[in-house]
Write a protein of this length. Structure first.
Length: 291
């Protein structure tokens, strides 16, 4: 009986040592070569200070990839994100004012060990259509949902129908990343909340009241499509920022909002885009996911 107790104690000690070593390894995992891919919700237009590679990608030195790279102390960091990018710009050169951005996949290498990608909102012009159309419809029915009505044809929400196709495009993007950076941990970053869950702020977010709920539904559908693409891929992970951004929508008080409203603010944020506080919030979510 004494021998069994000694054996049990020895085995328990070994198990605990293995567990503690594994936990320590997970907690101190380091990355050496980090590449960031994405659109303007990654690049951070008008957040000081801008990067010049190229200037009109609206890429900030204080976007979430830059913050993540600094926190992880990576040896090599390449941010090739660009405002206006869609999934096609992963493999094609993207034209911007006074220049172009290379295909974003060109930054990937065999030794890349961390990739973040935030893409999909510009596919089929979804984000641009919403912010370009909905505010002008508010006056026609301030308490209704005129924008949702505009894009509902024969009982079909045409915006959400396009989003379903976006998910398939994201699957192809992930396959392309794995082919070029087979050893990389790939994090797919969702989109943070723009509209509040309740309440309205028409001077900041000039949508009709009923369209606030629809805007939330559209964002949820987009994030869900992206997450399903990640699940189908099976070799990457989805980082939800919609949930953690609750209370940090465009209507939130100054300093708490992660997202700007309708007015472009020089040295702060483009219209309907993240502030530096939003980038810091997303960076925090990513780092917690990694740790």
């Amino acid at each position: 009986m004494r021998f069994r107790r000694v054996l049990f104690a020895a085995v328990s000690t070994v198990v605990l040592l293995i567990a503690s070593t594994t936990a320590a390894t997970a907690a101190t995992r380091s990355y050496r070569n980090y590449v960031a891919l994405g659109d303007s919700y990654t690049s951070g237009p008008l957040i000081p200070l801008p990067r010049l590679d190229p200037l009109f990608c609206g890429k900030s030195t204080q976007n979430y990839p830059s913050m993540v790279a600094a926190a992880l102390k990576v040896r090599s960091f390449t941010d090739i994100s660009c405002g206006g990018a869609d999934t096609g710009d992963m493999t094609e050169r993207q034209n911007v004012t006074l220049g172009s951005n290379p295909p974003q996949f060109s930054a990937l290498r065999v030794n890349t060990d961390l990739v973040t990608v935030g893409i999909g909102g510009n596919d089929y012009g979804v984000f641009g259509t919403l912010v370009g159309t909905c505010p002008s419809l508010r006056a026609s029915d301030p308490t209704g949902n005129p924008c949702q009505d505009r894009f509902t044809v024969g009982g079909v929400d045409t915006i959400k129908a396009k989003i379903a196709e976006t998910g398939k495009n994201v699957e192809k993007v992930l396959a392309g990343i794995h082919a070029r950076a087979p050893r990389a941990d790939v994090l797919v970053i969702g989109y943070p909340r723009i509209a509040p869950e309740s309440g309205y702020c028409p001077k900041i977010l000039p949508f009709a009241e009923g369209d606030y709920a629809w805007l939330n539904d559209v964002e949820k559908a987009l994030n869900s499509a992206i997450e399903k693409a990640v699940d189908a891929d099976g070799d990457s992970s989805f980082v939800d920022t919609f949930g953690p951004s609750a209370g940090h929508d465009a209507c939130a008080p100054k300093g708490a909002a992660w997202i700007n409203g309708q007015h472009t603010k020089l040295l702060a944020a483009a219209a309907y885009h993240p502030y530096r506080t939003g980038m810091a919030g997303v960076a925090g979510v990513i780092l917690r996911h990694l740790r």
